[in-house]
Design a protein around this ligand. Sequence first.
Ligand code: 5GP
Ligand code: MG
Length: 188
Amino acid sequence: MGSESDIERILYTESDISKRVSDLAAEISADLSSSGGSLVFVGVATGAFLLIADLVRRISAPITIDFIRVESYGSGTESCGEPRISCDLKLDVTGKHVVLVEDIVDTGRTLSRLISYLEKKGASSVSVCSLLDKPSRRKVEVKLVGSGKLYIGFECPDYFVVGYGMDYAELYRNLPYVGILKPEIYTK
Ligand code: 5GP
Ligand code: MG
């Protein structure tokens, strides 16, 4: 387990992702330059580590970067219960414009939990940039804060995907593309 032979099909290639991340960075830069104030990019660990790295290298405005960790998945493919913040921010986000960087929005529970947490911490706006969105699986509406906007890389069909930061049992994160994991890997 953990090798490329476990991938059924590639959905987004390295070059698809790179082009889309450039577009997202340009969109975010244009929106944020008009918002004024300090910007904090917060990556949701571990899944967003590649997206945040690629995104911030395409943004020239002065920004700060932090990570937050939420646990909801265990090692399966379905989320279980209310997500719990298991590793907190280092930076103070009071009065700051926050861009939460996530790998994928599925039921929406993780993001909703994080957005309300950042709002309670006093962020003046919360935007979300997620590489993937699976709208067909949404259980909870994702409500942004203040002038916050939603930036989505690709609308993803309802498959369990791995790569470009996303895992199954902590493996496959280092694949440079996003692919569908063969179901026999997680139904064994
Ligand atoms: P939600 O709380 O929206 O249901 O789940 C969000 C989290 O579940 C994502 O941050 C991601 O870690 C995980 N997740 C949801 N769908 C997938 C998927 O297809 N593949 C992987 N690897 N993780 C997923
Ligand atoms: Mg995640």
